[in-house]
Ligand binder design. Structure first.
Ligand code: TRP
Ligand code: SF4
Length: 345
């Protein structure tokens, strides 16, 4: 096993607090994070400042959504004994490093980031012509580099941000001396996960299955899920490869079930109702232990806040170490040993 040697390597990743997480968030990111905990020293942040880059006008739900995300993380198996689980805004040094990086980041680098161009074009209901929105990948770079992370597990859409992070690290090191390692992105290969309408599962489509959905809700959502359109009648054969329920089986069902689906669907030997109930079984089996773990935190949110606060304290320590290096490299550190230029922050 290489496990123990890798534990010296650091991982950082984050999610915006969008509220309750769904299966797409789980198979696209969270299940991967859970596994990484045993191989790396992990930092996972609830990126609440990132949420403000698009949702600055109404901040009334940020805190509540941050807790929701953290509850889902704990439910899914992120373990505060293994990982540092924290809230971005509780580590103010991210803002300091963001400021310093903003001084050295050419505007052209930011204007070229694909997510920037895309979102400026696609999101019309809010004004994204802000300084913060353009600079958001710089904030993300600060998130990553302040922990000197080696590895950043992300989805496809975030790879360009990690690339920018490497460029900022290189530029900083070039100006002021070697402080930051260049992090690598670890692309999470997310299987195709359809929502109930057959499109990609996404909060904005309203087609999600939440990690908190109780068994009857899961079964109901499966019942209304679209299937292979060629299978109009029970006697029509179908094809699991073009059926969203078939996709769910591929991800969540065991081999034996998968075989029954393949044979039964193609020969019209099984009905869609039966087939969907097997998919629901697999989901319930995955979700119920999570919901069991979530209970104690839901009943007593204080427990979760305590975890987040302890995590944020550990994060502040680690971030503080890096900021000492940063200030020293820039010739802006303490004048003499023991001077308390920055308080305890
Ligand atoms: N920008 C990421 C997203 O929108 C979330 C995020 C914030 C993040 N900070 C990060 C991801 C640092 C990886 C590393 O999904
Ligand atoms: Fe889809 Fe299953 Fe119906 Fe085949 S039997 S079309 S895989 S729901």
């Amino acid at each position: 096993m290489t496990t123990s040697t890798n534990l010296t390597k650091r991982v950082l990743s984050g999610m915006r607090p969008t509220g309750k997480l769904h299966l797409g968030n789980y198979v696209g990111a969270l299940d991967n994070w859970v596994r990484m905990q045993d191989e790396y020293q992990c930092f996972f942040e609830v990126a609440d400042w990132h949420a403000l880059t698009t949702d600055y006008a109404d901040t009334s739900r940020v805190k509540e959504n941050s807790l929701e995300v953290a509850l889902d993380w704990l439910a899914a198996g992120l373990d505060p004994e293994k990982s540092v689980i924290f809230i971005q805004s509780h580590v103010p040094a991210h803002a300091e490093l963001h400021l310093l990086f903003s001084m050295i980041t050419p505007l052209g680098w930011l204007e070229r980031v694909p997510t920037y161009k895309e979102q400026r074009e696609n999101i019309k209901d809010k004004d994204l012509g802000t300084y913060g929105f353009l600079g958001y990948p710089v904030l993300q770079s600060a998130d990553i580099l302040i922990y000197k992370a080696d590895v950043v597990p992300v989805g496809e859409d975030q790879v360009a941000h990690v690339e920018l992070t490497r460029e900022i690290a290189r530029r900083f090191n070039g100006f002021y001396g070697e402080v930051f390692p260049e992090p690598k992105s670890l692309l999470t290969v997310a299987p195709k996960l359809p929502g109930s309408d057959g499109r990609k599962m996404s909060k904005s489509y309203g087609n999600t299955i939440l990690l908190t959905d109780a068994e009857p809700v899961v079964r109901q959502k499966l019942k209304t899920m679209v299937t292979d359109p060629a299978r109009v009648r029970r006697s029509d054969p179908g094809n699991p490869d073009v059926c969203p329920v078939g996709d769910l089986h591929k991800i969540f069902s065991d081999r034996a079930t998968m075989d029954k689906v393949n044979v039964g669907c193609r020969s019209a030997g099984i009905g869609c109702i039966e087939c969907k109930s097997w998919a629901a079984d697999a989901l319930v089996q995955l979700l119920s232990p999570m919901q069991e773990r979530r209970k104690k935190f839901e009943e007593n949110p204080r427990l979760a806040w305590d975890i987040l606060e302890a995590g944020s304290e550990r994060a502040r320590k680690a971030a503080g170490e890096t900021m000492k290096d940063v200030r020293a490299a820039m010739g802006m550190g303490l004048q003499y040993e023991g001077a308390d230029q920055f308080g305890s922050g």
